[in-house]
Design a protein around this ligand. Sequence first.
Ligand code: PBG
Length: 324
Amino acid sequence: MLFPEYRPRRMRRTEALRRMIRETALSPDDFILPLFAVEGKDVRNPIPSMPGHFQQSIDHLLTCVQDAADQSIPAVILFGLPDKKDPLGTRAYAKDGIVQKAVRAVKERFPEMVVITDVCLCQYTDHGHCGVLDGREIDNDGSLDLLARTALSHAQAGADMVAPSDMMDGRVAEIRALLDDNSFSQIPIMAYSAKYCSAFYGPFREAADSAPQFGDRRTYQMDPANAQEAIREATMDVEEGADIIMVKPALPYLDIISRLREEIDLPLAAYNVSGEFSMIKAAAQMGWVDEERVMMESLTAIKRAGADMILTYFAVEAARLLNR
Ligand code: PBG
C-alpha cells in the first residue's frame, strides 16, 4: 500500500473516524489508587511534591477511597507510616499496625473495593532498608519470614491482595507458602517483579518517610540498564506463585512492559511512580505543559505498551475525565 493509493490521513479526518480505529482505550477499571495512612485522627498532611496527595489518618483516607469508588476505580493500594520504627520493622507485621487498621476500616466501609497492601519493611525499619540488616549488608534470607508475616497480617486484617515490593530473592514463594498454610490460598500476590533502582521514587520516599539512612537500594533493586534480567525476575516470580507481575517505574520502562507482555502470560501491572507524577504536576504548575493532556497521553502510553492495570497517583483525576 503506497501513496497515493493509500493515504493514512483518510482515517484521521474526523473524530468519529479516529475513534473507530483507536487501538487503546483507557478505563477507570485500569487504575489502582495509592494512599498513605498515618496514625491519629483528623491528620491530613499535604505531600508538597505530590499535589493532591496526603499523609492522612484513616478518617480522611476513607474520603479518598470514597472518591475512588465514586469514579468506579476498582482498587486502592495502601502504604503505612508507622508510629515508631526499629531495626526489625516490627510495626510492619503488628496486628494493630497502621496498614492493618486501615485495611479493616476500608473493608468495613467499602466491602466491594479491592484493597491491596504494599508488603515491604522500608517504612518500618529505622535504617530505611527493605530488608533487615546483617552488619551493613541487607540479609536476604533473614528478611523473608518477616515479609511473609507482614503479608499474612495484611490478609488477616482483610486485604484482598498483597504486593511485595522489597525485591528480596524468594519472597513470593515464602509469602505464598505462609498464606496457604493459614487458609489464605485465595489471596493473590501482585509481585513487583521488575522493580528498578530508580531516582523516580524520590517524592514517594518523602511521602512515606522511607529513604535509606545509609547506602542505597542497588543491591536489591534492579539496574536500570538491564532488560533480560527483568524476564528472569518475572519468570522466577511466576514460578514462585505470583498472580500478577509488575514493572516499576512505568514511563521510562515502556520497553520492559512491552517485553514482559510478550514473554509472560499473566496479568501485567505498571507503577506510574511518584517522580513521574511530580514532574507532570510541576511542569503544569509552571504553565509549561497541558496537564490533562500529558496525563492522559502518559497513561495511554503505559497501557499501549501492554499494561493491564496502572498504579497511579492520577487515578481519580484521570477517571473523572474518562467518566465525564
Ligand atoms: C517501598 C516502595 C517504594 C515505592 C513503592 N513501594 C519506594 C522504594 O522502593 O524506595 C515507590 C512508589 C513511588 O515512587 O511512587 N519499597
